[in-house]
Write a protein that binds this ligand. Structure first.
Ligand SMILES: Nc1ncnc2c1ncn2[C@@H]1O[C@H](COP(=O)(O)OP(=O)(O)OP(=O)(O)O)[C@@H](O)[C@H]1O
Ligand SMILES: O=P(O)(O)OC[C@H]1O[C@H](OP(=O)(O)OP(=O)(O)O)[C@H](O)[C@@H]1O
Ligand SMILES: [Mg+2]
Length: 315
């Protein structure tokens, strides 16, 4: 570890010790938020879930509008280690890094979102577009660059292959292009970076998604356990709401059965009578992708005053 990193770790540990004094007075849950790729999306998800996290420039201890929470900004690569050691109670990080660190932590909730999408990320083996390599077996004896050294090592060991794996500090795609590596193991979400470097994917190592993880110690404390589970429920509810919309419409009595037949819902649509009219008001929630087919159909059958609105949480 270099001096800079050692200093950073010391001040991080010191702040945790100070916060322990506060915890002696009241119950506080220490939660880690990932810095980097997932930071913006995570803070936005917390906001939608009910917590405003205010970042200050160059300060890794943001403010949060909940006195029961202490928020720590932490590299996703290190998150599971701090949680395993009980320095943090819970945190958001990628499944990939928890696996890489072989950390003994509890996965509370899979929260499937990435930097720009609501999809899992993929760790892939990629080679330069003009490389003769087309299969994993052809990588025997070759040089591979990656940030995910342990997982990559296990992958090739399981296949009894001998490869030279070197740790990459980032900009990994460039190493395949410049000839510093024969292949790379790199994370991809949209494949834009892979395409921009003219690389070819030859294998998918694994998929990863964001997770809320917690320490065994924290879960032994009933107050912390409940707080962690409440956070998980609200985060998942906010994620779910992103994919679902609500529909409300007026339906004439004579077309009621027909309309109800094509109307999806979680349990059943809510139905109310319009005041002194032969009409019903019908309300339901549906997947966002169903909207563009469903609304024209409903209109054709006779629904009127159709309104669609977005939701904040679906629990
Ligand atoms: N588009 C994306 N690119 C990279 N990682 C992503 C992306 N979307 C989600 N992730 C996830 O974010 C987590 C952190 O990614 P990564 O290890 O690249 O660190 P980072 O936050 O991007 O920092 P760095 O600047 O060091 O790359 C990983 O668990 C990864 O799977
Ligand atoms: O498939 P894509 O949507 O193009 O995303 C993948 C890219 O994003 C990440 O880089 P990041 O922004 O973390 O920068 P880094 O190179 O410093 O890791 C990752 O390391 C890839 O380079
Ligand atoms: Mg990155």
């Amino acid at each position: 570890m270099d001096d800079d990193n050692a200093g950073g770790e010391k001040s991080f540990a010191l702040t945790i010790i100070i916060s322990r004094t506060i915890e002696d007075i009241m119950s506080v849950l220490k939660i880690g938020i990932p810095k980097g790729s997932l930071e913006k999306a995570t803070i936005a998800l917390f906001e939608k879930s009910g917590w405003k996290i205010k970042m200050a420039s160059r300060n890794y201890f943001p403010e949060v509008d909940d006195p029961e929470l202490s928020v720590y900004i932490c590299r996703p690569q290190e998150m599971s280690r701090y949680i395993e050691d009980g320095l943090l109670d819970a945190g958001i990080t990628g499944k990939d890094w928890t696996l890489e660190n072989e950390s003994d932590v509890v996965v509370i909730e899979d929260l499937v979102y990435s930097k720009v999408s609501k999809k899992p990320t993929r760790w892939v083996i990629a080679v330069p577009g003009d490389s003769p390599i087309t299969t994993v077996e052809q990588l025997d004896g070759k040089r591979i660059s990656t940030e995910l050294v342990n997982v990559t090592q296990s992958f090739f060991k399981e296949r009894n292959m001998n490869v030279d794996i070197s740790f990459s500090w980032g900009a990994t795609e460039a190493k395949a292009v410049s000839g510093l590596a024969d292949a790379i193991v790199e994370v991809t979400e949209t494949e834009a970076t892979i395409r921009a470097h003219g690389l070819r994917v030859i294998h998918e190592l694994m998929q990863s998604n964001t997770q809320l993880i917690a320490s065994h110690q924290a879960l032994e404390d009933s107050w912390k356990k409940e707080k962690i589970n409440d956070i998980a429920m609200l985060l998942q509810g906010a994620l779910r709401a992103d994919k679902i919309v609500a529909l409300k419409m007026n339906v004439p009595e004579e077309r009621f059965d027909e309309i109800l037949e094509i109307l999806p819902s979680v349990t059943a649509p809510t139905v109310a009578r319009l005041y002194k009219q032969p009409w019903f008001s019908v309300e339901t929630v549906i997947s966002e992708h169903q909207v563009r087919d469903l609304i024209p159909q409903l209109k054709k059958i006779g629904a009127e005053g159709i309104i669609e609105y977005s939701l904040n949480k679906v629990i």
